[in-house]
Design a protein around this ligand. Structure first.
Ligand SMILES: C[S@@+](CC[C@H](N)C(=O)[O-])C[C@H]1O[C@@H](n2cnc3c(N)ncnc32)[C@H](O)[C@@H]1O
Length: 183
């Protein structure tokens, strides 16, 4: 068992506009712990500058090295990282909201997923196969409203095979972490 990282600074004080780790966060951590032998390196981006700064503090508190990049999805890392990413994690804004709520850079970016909760993640999917190395793995947090089975079908069109890694209910949400790799 890996200890739960120290993250009590997120979501309060200086970081009140940053997503406070919740059930989706912990489900993703459990999925990574389950696959720990396959995972060796981490990448990190966020569109919210406060979230990036918060991640720096989280890494310092937990004695790991993280250098967050403030960017939309992975925009500023392409084409440099094409084919280079062994482990790609995305806990996206997945909540169904009006489309007008999507696209902010504050705390609302944590949850606002637009139509079917898919607007941000759908924008990222075409990039995933381009980023992953031959042995690369992509982990994605979803809720039932995102239609995880349909996401698996969509990703298969770009040569990535997906399956649920962990599923859990959290309040009214049915959360799943999907794992994708090359077929
Ligand atoms: C559900 S929160 C997850 C936060 C944290 N990674 C975790 O697992 O607890 C979603 C995160 O995605 C970020 N985000 C939303 N849209 C983004 C985009 N277009 N590019 C990069 N990051 C984005 C939000 O700012 C927020 O920090």
């Amino acid at each position: 068992m890996y200890p739960t990282p120290l993250c009590s600074h997120a979501g309060r004080g200086t970081f009140s506009e940053v997503y406070e780790p919740a059930e989706d966060t912990f489900l993703l951590m459990d999925a990574l712990e389950k696959d720990a032998d396959r995972l060796q390196q981490l990448s990190c981006t966020d569109v919210n500058p406060a979230a990036a700064e918060c991640a720096v503090q989280t890494s310092e508190r937990n004695r790991v090295c993280l250098q967050p990049v403030i960017t939309d999805l992975v925009e500023s890392l392409l084409p440099r990282l094409s084919g280079e990413v062994d482990v790609l994690l995305f806990n996206p804004p997945y909540v169904v909201t009006p489309s007008e709520e999507v696209g902010g850079r504050g705390i609302e970016a944590s949850w606002a997923g637009g139509r079917r909760g898919r607007e941000v993640m759908d924008r990222f999917f075409p990039t995933v196969a381009r980023l992953l190395s031959n042995q690369g793995l992509f982990y994605l947090v979803t809720v039932a409203e995102n239609k995880p089975d349909e996401i698996v079908t969509v990703m298969a069109e770009s040569g990535l095979r997906g399956e649920p890694c962990l599923t859990r209910s959290a309040g009214r949400e049915r959360l799943s972490v999907l794992r994708f790799g090359r077929t």
